[in-house]
Design a protein around this ligand. Structure first.
Ligand code: PZK
Length: 275
């Protein structure tokens, strides 16, 4: 990419500027677990996740405009419209897991939503809830109340981001559930385009931005296996690695089975494999 200016790196993606209006988002085959990027790549992961995001962007364009301009021939990079990103993570939870479960257990609330008493880990919520979070540059995102998020982005933007996030989640979760995948929660990132319109950016509704669970292994009261990363986590739990970098290398069978899980998720959702 000789003409692209590198703007930044995510854990497993890179961002470049193509010109004043366009960015290039490149998804690598890197994988992170327990918040650490592993030294072993997962073949085709970048192309699978890029294909999945592109699929959802196409299927949800009538709910919300998105930043996707073009999928490049390499399958892992996309040209995107350059936006002014909102400084909040727009998280929607349909099930009680992760930091949502943690916050609920200690306070009975998640991001200011008072939830019914007696909910169990991984339980489906009566309705999906919007639980915005800060964008931490290092360390962990922190859940904030809806009122705090509204202060940061303005009440009108907040209301729009919440409405769109819930609508996107409802659509995708229902679609995925019919195909054997529970999307327990997901994170959206929105930006504002030149005309002032709120536009969906980043990746969307992938296993890296969401919690995907296999529906046939879902059990309330337990922490269901991750659709994509379970073989990696199970393997790493057999070691005495303390979950700080550097992470151990993965054996060939774990790599192959994990690569197959990503492709399986793509086929289930889209009906199509990568080229
Ligand atoms: C943007 N990120 C996060 C992702 C990274 C960093 N359409 C857009 N317009 C302006 N900015 C962004 C986007 C998008 N998407 C996204 N940071 C800025 C990010 C991947 C790799 F290094």
């Amino acid at each position: 990419m000789p003409d692209a200016v590198h703007l930044g790196s995510g854990k497993v993606r890179e961002l470049y500027a193509l010109d004043d209006e366009r960015l290039l988002l490149v998804a690598s085959d890197r994988i992170s677990t327990f918040d650490v990027v592993l030294p072993t790549a997962i073949p085709d992961k970048g192309r699978v996740l890029t294909g999945m995001s592109a699929f959802w962007f196409a299927r949800t364009a009538d709910i919300c405009a998105n930043h996707l301009l073009a999928l490049r021939p390499d399958g892992r990079s996309t040209e995107c419209r350059r936006l002014e990103m909102l400084p909040i993570e727009c998280v929607v939870r349909g099930y009680l897991s992760g930091s949502g479960w943690k916050d609920y257990r200690s306070t009975g609330e998640v991001s200011g939503h008072r939830l019914p008493a007696g909910l169990r880990e991984s339980e489906q919520l009566p309705e999906p809830i919007f639980t915005p979070a800060t964008k931490a540059t290092s360390g962990h995102d922190e859940n904030i109340t809806r009122a705090q998020a509204a202060e940061v982005v303005g009440a009108e933007r907040f209301a729009e981001a919440e409405r769109l996030s819930i609508a996107l989640y409802r659509f995708a979760a229902a679609y995925a559930r019919e195909r054997g995948i529970i999307i327990a929660d997901t994170k959206f990132e929105f930006g504002v385009d030149r005309t002032g319109r709120l536009v969906l950016g980043d990746e969307a509704l992938t296993p890296d931005s969401s919690r995907f669970w296999p529906a046939d292994q879902y059990q309330v009261g337990t922490s269901p296996p991750s659709y994509d990363k379970q073989f990696v986590r199970d393997y790493l739990e057999t070691l005495d690695w303390d979950k700080t970098p550097p992470a151990p290398k993965l054996p060939a069978d774990v790599i192959a089975r994990t690569s197959a899980k990503y492709r399986e998720a793509l086929v289930k959702l889209t009906g199509k494999n990568i080229a």
